[in-house]
Design a protein around this ligand. Structure first.
Ligand code: ZN
Ligand code: FE
Length: 259
């Protein structure tokens, strides 16, 4: 059984700390900064055995070199991408990854869109999705394409609804604000906004969320819902032919008007 907890980094990043069983295998996901990882593990007398990387952005890989200096035998997995130099093992779509000290296998999913080589890791119904799916939102399109990100989100949406989604940023309240622009009359969205505001006031993370909650409230997973299609078409100024067109209009709407 995996134990999973966030190590906060920078302003709003979460570096996920995985253990299984406690004290044996120790891994982190997307260590953009080494210091909080080293501090947390030293305080508990733990040694890091593995790192999972989802994509090349600096706020996800910035700590790799320093972590490898402290723990030279570290397994560092990530996607084939020359921009990530510290990897010790390249992994890709469909691969099962076994980490030292872990019994859970992690299944690699290619989820391009935020970046062209972005991957996610699924272990025991826990999805580490980096900057692809956020709580109540999704990543921006950098060097991937809108169609890629739409397709990646559709694949994630097809996972079991009990899947827990561990994204890499605490963007939830802002994302919920945009979601309410899209679906102002959604009771599920109002409930989630109130719950997330309470969590943040109490200093708690709003991540992870269940995929079921995302399917009910995340506009980027709701591109086949009539209310979402209508709102996106309204922004675009013309009818939208398919879910990818709806997704693209939503993503542009948030980029241009909200953020
Ligand atoms: Zn990113
Ligand atoms: Fe990021």
């Amino acid at each position: 059984m995996l134990s999973i907890e966030p190590i906060p980094a920078f302003d709003d990043n979460y570096i996920w700390l995985l253990q299984e069983p406690p004290g044996s295998g120790v891994a982190v996901v997307d260590p953009g900064d080494a210091d909080p990882v080293i501090e947390t593990l030293r305080a508990r007398g733990l040694d890091l055995t593995a790192v999972l990387v989802t994509h090349h952005h600096q706020d996800h890989i910035g700590g790799l070199d320093e972590l490898r200096q402290v723990w030279p035998d570290l397994l560092i997995t990530g996607p084939a991408d020359r921009r990530i130099r510290a990897l010790t093992r390249v992994v890709g779509e469909g691969e099962q990854v076994r980490l030292p000290g872990f019994t859970t296998d992690f299944q690699v999913m290619a989820v391009p869109g935020h970046t062209a080589s972005h991957i996610a890791y699924l272990g025991d119904a826990n999805l580490f999705c980096g900057d692809t799916l956020f709580a109540a939102g999704c990543g921006r399109v950098f060097d991937g394409t809108f169609a890629q990100l739409a397709a990646s989100l559709r694949r994630i949406a097809a996972l079991p609804a009990t899947t827990l989604c561990y994204c890499a940023h605490e963007y939830t309240l802002a994302n919920l604000g945009f979601a309410r622009w899209v679906e102002p009359d959604s009771p599920a969205l109002l409930d989630r906004s109130a719950a997330a505001a309470r969590q943040r006031r109490a200093g708690q993370p709003t991540v992870p969320s269940t995929l079921a909650l995302e399917l009910a409230t995340n506009p980027f997973l709701r591109t086949s819902e009539p209310a979402v299609i209508a709102a996106a078409a309204d922004f675009a100024g013309h009818p939208l032919a398919d879910p990818t067109a709806v997704f693209t209009a939503l993503r542009r709407w948030k980029d241009e008007r909200y953020d």
